[in-house]
Design a binder for this molecule. Sequence first.
Ligand code: ADP
Length: 413
Amino acid sequence: MMFQPEIEAMPRPQLEELQLHRLQSTIERLRSRVPAMASRLEGIPAPQSLDDLVNFPLLHKADLRDSYPFGLFAEPRENIRRIHASSGTTGKPTVVGYTEADLGMWADCIARNLIGAGCEPGWMLHNAYGYGLFTGGLGLHTGAERAGISVVPVSGGNTDRQIMLIEDFAPQAICCTPSFALTLAERLGAEARNSSLRVGILGAEPWTSAMRDEIEERLNIVAVNLYGLSEVIGPGVSCETARRDGLVFAEDHFYPEIVHPDTGERLPDGEVGVLVLTSLTKEAFPVLRYWTGDLCSLTHEPDADGRTHARMSAIVGRADDMLIIRGVNVYPSQVEDTLLEIPNVSPHFQLVVSRTGTLDEMQVRLEGEGIDPSAVAAKLKSSLGVTVLVTVEPAGTVPRSEGGKLNRVNDVR
Ligand code: ADP
């Protein structure tokens, strides 16, 4: 099902015409209303085609920090209806703002995601994304209301209480991080498959298809992947449908490009590179060619239901997340993929990277019954190309998600 079929299945030539028109207005808005952007864009001719976008400079997170807090807003402060911010583990957070129209557009995007995932008007959604400055909680909240779905605004944390509410309220859908979905499955135990839940809209952190299989099996749900970032809008930039064949963009609002991580050159469909996003309709905080740092590939083929908007693969890593272990590039998602192929390894694991003298060492802490650490180490060595120390720890000792994003890597170098 589609929430806005006339937009979601719009013929591509018409969609691209709309995108070009909106791109031109976005650039004009930035030039006329945001002095810091006007100087960056000086002398670059207005785009005559979507391909001309490559003439514009990439925008990085550091550029947003330089204008902290409101320096890149394109609307006067009193027209801003909501502020969110990214967690910013170091230093100041990145602050973003929304006008009323921006909030309405965002709600539409999320409503498309929920209906596409198989949720129905009249259903109930257990919303375990964090409420507050983080975009997840409130983003899903207003989108669900827009789609005619009742929201239980639980937010993150307190797993026992969440389980009680799921048992008592019987929601059909849940949204949370994939790691928290696993925590719930673990706590619910044998009962997990019998809960009222049918659909999970999971995201905000990387996860693999092996982890999806595990979540779907344990919770007996269809689990779709939801992607977004606060700088662009929050969750709802792209999301899988119930078919789970790529995350469909809201391409009438966000224009995606894939660029080479080192050269910044635009890459064709199917090639993995950094996702760069341009907002096409945002009023308060338009972004032009924002470097997400997230690695994935694109396809512009319509999906099996007739949606014409571009789709992306799951995020395979972050350009700045790559670990270099003794000169070998390792992404945490590769470790996860390998571990999940091994029977009885619990999906809870942690990577600890340290240095003895000049040598990097990587330890994988995991849990599971009757596991031979040296067999796991051999498997990791063959898939990653680096020697890894594997320790099997007592059940419950590896850090779990309590609802927020889980950091699987502890780099103590
Ligand atoms: P914060 O900065 O507070 O963590 P954001 O929502 O801005 O909050 O974080 C966005 C980042 O989260 C993305 O750039 C991406 O790295 C990650 N992310 C979000 N959704 C997904 C997803 N479905 N798969 C993989 N990574 C994701």
